[in-house]
Design a protein around this ligand. Structure first.
Ligand code: SAM
Ligand code: SF4
Length: 472
C-alpha cells in the first residue's frame, strides 16, 4: 500500500501508485482545464505533487508546453538567479563487486585496469583539481568492501580536506558511494561530507533486479531505503537521481518525485539535489542496447517539470551532456554543473584522461574549466565556487528556509561573486579575467541590502590584494 511516511521501499515507492499516476497523466494529457489548474498552483512556487507534475510531463498541448518551460525558467530565476555552482567528480577506486549491466566497472569486466588511489595519489589529484580552480568535489567509488572499505573513504576525505596548495582548498566534499549502513553514514557525517549522493538508477523494481543481476546492489529495497539510513545517520543533505535510459522516463520521473515526497514526509526535509544523468558509451557499454533513451526535447521537459515540482531542490547536470544540451537546459532549472571532469581513477594528475579503457564513461563536454567558466559568463550566468551554506551549518531544512525566505540574493549572490573573484585572481586566463571582472562590476549592484553590498565591495578589494575565503 502506498505510504509516503513508511520506511519500506515498496510502500513509499509503490508500483501501484506509479501505475495509477501514469494512467491518470495519460488520460489527462490533453485536458487543458486540468493542466491550467495545475499551472495555476505551480505559479505559487510551492511545488507540485507527483501526480500533478506527471500530468505536466505527459501534456501534449503545444501552448501549455510552452507555458511549462516558461514557468520553469521563472522559478529557476526566482530561486537561483543566474548562478551556476561548479564541481568536479574525483574517482578514488574502480574496484566493484556489483554487476550493473550499464557500467564498465562491473565486477566481470576483465579488460579495464583496476585501480585504487593511494593517499599520495589522492594528494596529486587534488592538487591538479585545485590548480584548475575547483573548490567542490564529488567522490566516486565502485562498491568493494575489501578493496575500498569505508575506512579508506574516510581517510581519503580527511586527506582531501587537509591539502592546501597555493591559494587552493577543497571546501566541500560530496560523496557518491554505494548504499551502506546507518553506522557508516554516521562516520561519513562525522568526516564532514557535504551531500551524500546515490542514484536510484531505476525505480522500477523488476527492471532494477535485471539490471543489477548480482552483488549487494541487487537488493532493491536496501538500495532504495539508503537515504532513510543516511538521514538516520545524521546526513541531512542527500542527493537523489535516476540514470535515464534504463527504464521508461515517465515511471522514473514519478518515482523520483515520490522519493522526494517521502523524505519530506518522513524526515521533514526533501532532497538537497536531484541529478539527471543519461547513459553514456563506455568500455563494454553501448547505450543503444538500452531501449529507453530519451530525446533532447523530453530531457528538457523532464528538467523543467522537476524544477516546477520541487523549486527548492538543486539540480545537477554532469559532463555526460554536450555543450549544446547543457546550454538548452541551464535556464530550465539546472543549478550545478561539473567542469573539466575526468571519470577514470587517477586521470587528473595522470596521463589517461581520455582513455576509454579506464574511464567510467565517455564524457561529452571535454572543455577546460576556464572554457566552461567563460562560456557561462558569455551566456549571462555567474559561475559560483561557493560552499558557504554547508560550512555555515545551513544544511537540510535550514538551507531550505534560506531558499524560502527570499534572502538568496543577499547571501548566495554575494558569495558567488566573491568566489568567482577568487577564481579569476588565481586560475583564470586573461580573457576570462576581463569578462569576469566586468560581470562582477555589473552584478554587485544587484545585491539589495546596502550593508551587504558595501561589505562585498570591501571583500572584493581584499581578494584582489591576496585575502581569501570570505562568505556571507
Ligand atoms: N558505485 C556507486 C553506485 O553505483 O551507486 C557510486 C558511484 S558510480 C561511479 C556513479 C554513477 O555512475 C552510478 O550511480 C550510475 O548511475 C552512473 N553510471 C554508471 N555507468 C554509466 C554509464 N555508462 N553512463 C552514464 N552514467 C553511468
Ligand atoms: Fe559498481 Fe557503481 Fe558501476 Fe554499479 S554503477 S558497477 S556499483 S561502480
Amino acid at each position: 500500500m502506498y505510504n509516503p511516511k513508511s520506511h519500506v521501499a515498496t510502500e513509499f515507492i509503490s508500483d501501484d501508485e506509479i501505475q495509477e499516476t501514469l494512467a491518470y497523466a495519460e488520460a489527462n494529457k490533453e485536458n487543458g482545464a486540468l493542466i491550467d489548474q495545475i499551472l495555476k498552483k505551480a505559479r505559487l512556487h510551492k511545488g507540485l505533487d507527483h501526480r500533478e507534475a506527471s500530468v505536466l510531463l505527459a501534456c501534449t498541448l503545444p501552448d501549455r508546453n510552452e507555458a511549462i518551460l516558461g514557468l520553469a525558467k521563472g522559478i529557476k530565476e526566482a530561486y537561483y538567479g543566474s548562478r551556476i555552482v561548479m564541481f568536479a567528480p574525483l574517482y578514488l577506486s574502480n574496484y566493484c563487486v556489483n554487476g550493473c549491466v550499464y557500467c564498465p566497472f562491473h565486477g566481470q569486466n576483465k579488460h579495464i585496469p583496476r585501480k585504487k588511489l593511494t593517499q599520495a595519489e589522492i594528494e596529486r589529484e587534488v592538487i591538479a583539481l585545485q590548480d584548475m580552480g575547483h573548490k567542490r568535489l564529488a567522490l566516486e567509488t565502485g562498491e568493494d568492501p575489501i578493496n575500498c572499505p569505508i575506512d579508506y573513504v574516510l581517510d581519503s576525505i580527511h586527506t582531501i580536506y587537509s591539502i592546501k596548495h597555493k591559494n587552493g582548498a577543497i571546501r566541500r566534499v560530496n560523496v557518491n558511494i554505494a548504499a551502506t549502513t546507518v553506522e557508516n553514514y554516521q562516520k561519513l557525517h562525522d568526516a564532514g561530507i557535504g551531500t551524500y549522493i546515490l542514484f536510484q538508477e531505476t525505480y522500477h523494481k523488476e527492471s532494477y533486479l535485471e539490471l543489477h543481476p548480482w552483488g549487494p546492489k541487487h537488493d532493491y529495497d536496501y538500495h532504495t531505503e539508503s537515504m532513510d539510513r543516511a538521514m538516520t545517520g545524521g546526513i541531512d543533505d542527500v542527493g537523489i537521481g535516476v540514470l535515464f535510459g534504463l527504464d521508461k522516463y515517465r515511471y522514473e520521473f514519478a518515482g523520483l518525485l515520490m522519493h522526494a515526497e517521502h523524505l519530506e514526509a518522513a524526515f521533514g526535509v526533501g532532497p538537497h539535489t536531484i541529478s539527471v544523468p543519461r547513459i553514456r558509451p563506455a568500455d563494454d557499454i553501448d547505450p543503444e542496447t538500452f531501449d529507453n533513451g530519451i530525446s533532447e526535447e523530453i530531457f528538457e521537459k523532464i528538467v523543467a517539470c522537476i524544477r516546477i515540482a520541487v523549486p527548492y531542490t538543486g539540480m545537477i547536470m554532469s559532463t555526460r551532456e554536450s555543450m549544446a544540451t547543457r546550454r538548452n537546459v541551464l535556464d530550465l532549472g539546472i543549478s550545478q554543473i561539473s567542469g573539466a571532469s575526468c571519470t577514470s581513477v587517477g586521470g587528473y594528475a595522470g596521463t589517461d584522461r581520455d582513455s576509454l579503457e579506464s574511464n567510467q564513461f565517455d564524457t561529452s563536454d571535454k572543455r577546460t574549466l576556464d572554457e566552461v567558466v567563460h562560456w557561462l559568463m558569455d551566456l549571462g550566468y555567474i559561475p559560483s565556487f561557493c560552499t558557504a551554506c554547508y560550512r555555515a551549518g545551513r544544511t537540510g531544512d535550514r538551507f531550505m528556509s534560506l531558499c524560502k525566505s527570499g534572502q538568496i540574493q543577499n547571501c548566495c549572490h554575494p558569495n558567488a561573486l566573491m568566489t568567482l573573484k577568487e577564481y579569476l585572481q588565481d586560475y583564470a586566463s586573461p580573457d576570462t579575467v576581463q569578462a569576469g571582472n566586468r560581470l562582477i562590476d555589473e552584478q554587485i549592484n544587484d545585491i539589495p541590502n546596502d550593508r551587504i553590498r558595501e561589505v562585498v565591495g570591501k571583500n572584493l578589494v581584499a581578494i584582489a590584494n591576496g585575502s581569501r575565503d570570505f562568505r556571507i
